[in-house]
Ligand binder design. Sequence first.
Ligand code: BTN
Length: 227
Amino acid sequence: MWDISTLDTVASTQETVRARLREDPHMPEGTGVRAIVQTGGRGRHGRVWDSQDGDLTFSFLLRPARPVAEWGSLALLAGVALAQAARQDTLCLKWPNDALLGGRKCAGILCEIEEDALIVGLGVNCMPVAEGGDRASLHGQWVAPALMDAFLRQFAPLYERWTQAGFAQVKPLWMHYAHAPGTPVSVKQGPQSISGFFEGVGDDGSLLFKDEKGVIKSLTAGELTVG
Ligand code: BTN
């Protein structure tokens, strides 16, 4: 199902796929772009996504057959595919879209709805990162093109399962790579930050968060900090 072209330098693979979709509204599912160098990468909440030559940066188009209300869970699905592909014992998924190694972020996933389609973008650090910083890397384990191929091989059957039966079918796999239920976390929503515990995720991919009074809430947005 995949047709990912490689470009030398782009500002953002996410924007390149978006521009291609606008030019060709029938752009097929599974087509996308990998950049060898991405100069203007974006993350969630309008943040900058920094990468260097040799990191993995790519985006692809999906046309999910399930209701749009369920599309948010595809970020979690992509996390599972990345964890399965990377085969790192210590890799941990943090809701909704981060992959961590040793508590530091090694990858981020960005899912954006565009018209009746979804653009999925992945950034994975494959080159060395500064020691003592907040980033981790798969340097020495993976090179970008091989990791992308491994990811896509894992993503395809998971997506098929999601299409047939929804995220509930994939949830146990996500939980396998997630923090243990009961882990202390805080969730920032706008200016407000609340402390509590990670309980898991719902069948729709929402965060199940237990507050300090023991009340479990289902959250669809927010910034999770562990510890
Ligand atoms: C995040 O952690 O907030 C998500 C980061 C997503 C970065 C990727 S790199 C490929 C694609 N192009 C972008 O501009 N962003 C995504």
